[in-house]
Design a protein around this ligand. Structure first.
Ligand code: PLP
Length: 523
């Protein structure tokens, strides 16, 4: 029997025990609890509070008075607390274990950031406070903006976008405004196959026609194909660098020159900036607009829908079109510029993307992270992120196919394919097996350019011991999938739910609870 470091049994042994274990009366398995919906725990007829009946009073609600029960279940405080605490324990978190999701940068979030974000002077602000009372907050936004400009070698930065994809929208709107300002509206955005999926989505959302540029066999943009497609109808090229194969686009500078010569702009998806921060300045590569995911590169928690923050650094050509509002230093005062007039500014902003200035809590966390690392520390961040990914890539190259492993080291993430698994075994089996081994699965079936892709991003914050344990788990699963171990197809055995019908879940999600009798009647 193989044992992991802590003596946790690996899946094959657990599977045998699973088959022997009798079912429990509750449906619970040890500390893995079944959790019904809150509607199924309480009922309309019960209540968690015990108020004396209200004295009869004349209702002034008129026809606004409630006629029927609103259908909320009544639960005691303890029942409610247990319900949500149990649900929270079904969540995998970076504070529980390594989170290998590729292209997500699930790194440890230093608690120092949290402490800073919770300082009452930042946490208790109201966005409509007079500017004279929020000078410290504006100073934080301004200082963070200066850091982002310096680290990227760009001209300006729009701080308000609220996530990476929102930043893409900001960048493309700035590009569109710049093109329209010179009377040259264009219709096409080129997106390489190795780009992140949000790129074509953003371009389409902006009303552009999206065209694919193929990848070369070594996982990078096909320069010749790109050059051949450039023309007067192309508004921009969107390139993810490092790309979603975990590779650096070596030709980016040449690409930028060709794109600029064709009168178009270079949008760079910089969500993976953590792989190059402190080493490469995108401004030097000819990039015109690039979003930075503060919630990836500069820590701050993410997942579960936010909150994120996606500032967009802009070249000299695009900076005048940046969205409102922005922070400006005027003398020794910081001013949140809410409106632009041609007299006091350039008056060319494409407009406003958000009600206020962006995610203040993310700004404080990101600046705390940057200042606590310093320029040298940030350089080490990218070095360690790349080192950790290459350690995983090389440690597993004998059991898992690494499609671009032959073309040199990877950047911040290691990419494997399903090539070589036994007939009938897939990437999904390995992902489900990882759940039994106590890990969140890696990103799977993405990027699309690789068959059965498994994209693993360990980040720089994992220790060698943690990486070794993850490698051991993935190695054991790869060996089982290659040997055709049928038990793997039943994984996960140790999760509250086993294999869900993912197509049904995506196509026909049940998002509203209906009383069972009503649901039956409706059928
Ligand atoms: C995460 C990511 C995005 C999207 O960022 P969100 O903040 O989730 O909108 C875009 N591109 C790449 C390469 C990413 O990794």
């Amino acid at each position: 029997m193989t044992m992991l470091k802590e003596g946790r049994p690996t899946a094959p042994q657990a599977v045998r025990e699973e088959h022997m274990a009798p079912a429990t009366a509750t449906g619970n398995r040890a500390l893995m609890l079944e959790e019904p919906l809150i509607f199924e725990i309480g009922s309309n007829d019960t209540t968690g509070v015990d108020f004396a009946a209200a004295p009869k009073a004349v209702s002034r609600l008129g026809n606004l008075a409630r006629k029927d029960a609103i259908g909320l279940p009544g639960l005691s405080e303890q029942e409610t607390v247990r319900h949500y605490t149990r649900l929270s324990r079904q969540n995998y978190a970076i504070d529980l274990g390594l989170f290998p999701l590729g292209s997500c940068t699930m790194k440890h979030n230093p608690r120092l950031n949290e402490k800073v974000a919770r300082m009452p002077g930042f946490a208790d602000l109201h966005p409509l406070q007079p500017q004279s009372t929020v000078q410290g907050a504006l100073a934080v936004i301004h200082e963070l903006a200066q850091w982002l400009i310096t680290l990227t070698g760009m001209h300006g930065v729009a701080m308000s976008p609220k996530a990476g994809a929102h930043g893409e929208l900001c960048g493309l709107l700035a590009i569109r405004a710049a093109l329209e300002a010179r009377g040259d509206a264009r219709s096409v955005v080129l997106v390489p196959e190795s780009a992140h999926g949000t790129n074509p989505a953003t371009a389409a959302f902006c009303g552009y026609k999206v065209e694919d540029i193929p990848a070369t066999p070594d996982g990078r943009v096909d320069l010749a194909a790109l050059k051949a497609r450039l023309g007067p109808d192309v508004a921009a090229v969107m390139i993810t660098n490092p790309n979603t194969c975990g590779l650096f686009e070596r030709d980016l500078k040449t690409i930028s020159e060709a794109v600029h010569a064709a009168g178009a702009f270079v949008y760079c998806d910089g969500a993976n900036f953590n792989a190059i921060v402190g080493r490469v300045r995108p401004g030097d590569l000819g990039v015109d607009a690039m979003h930075i995911n503060l919630h990836k590169t500069f820590s701050t928690p993410h997942g579960g829908g936010g909150p994120g923050s996606g500032p967009v650094v802009l070249s000299e050509a695009l900076a005048p079109f940046a969205p409102l509002p922005f922070v400006e230093k005027q003398g020794d005062k910081f001013v949140l510029v809410e409106e632009e007039t041609v007299e006091d500014h350039h008056g060319r902003s494409f407009g406003r993307m958000v009600a206020f200035h962006g995610q203040m809590g993310m700004f404080t966390r990101a600046l705390a992270y940057i200042l606590s690392h310093g320029a040298d520390g940030l350089r080490q961040v990218s070095g360690d992120a790349v080192l950790n990914a290459n350690y995983i890539l090389r440690s597993l190259a004998d059991v898992l196919d690494a499609p671009f492993g032959g073309s040199g080291p990877c950047m911040h993430e290691a990419l494997f394919s399903d090539k070589g698994l036994a007939e009938g075994f897939t990437t999904l089996d390995i992902a489900k097996g990882l759940i039994d081994e106590g890990f969140h699965p890696m990103t799977m079936y993405f990027p699309l350019v690789v068959h059965g892709a498994m994209l693993v991003e360990p980040t720089e914050t994992e220790s060698k011991a943690a990486l070794d344990q993850f490698i051991m788990a993935l190695r054991s699963l790869a060996e089982r999938a290659k040997a055709g171990d049928e038990a793997l197809k039943g994984a996960p055995y140790h999760a509250p739910r086993r294999r869900l019908d993912e197509t049904l879940a995506a196509r026909k999600p049940v998002l509203v609870w209906t009383e069972p009798e009503l649901a039956e009647a409706a059928e």
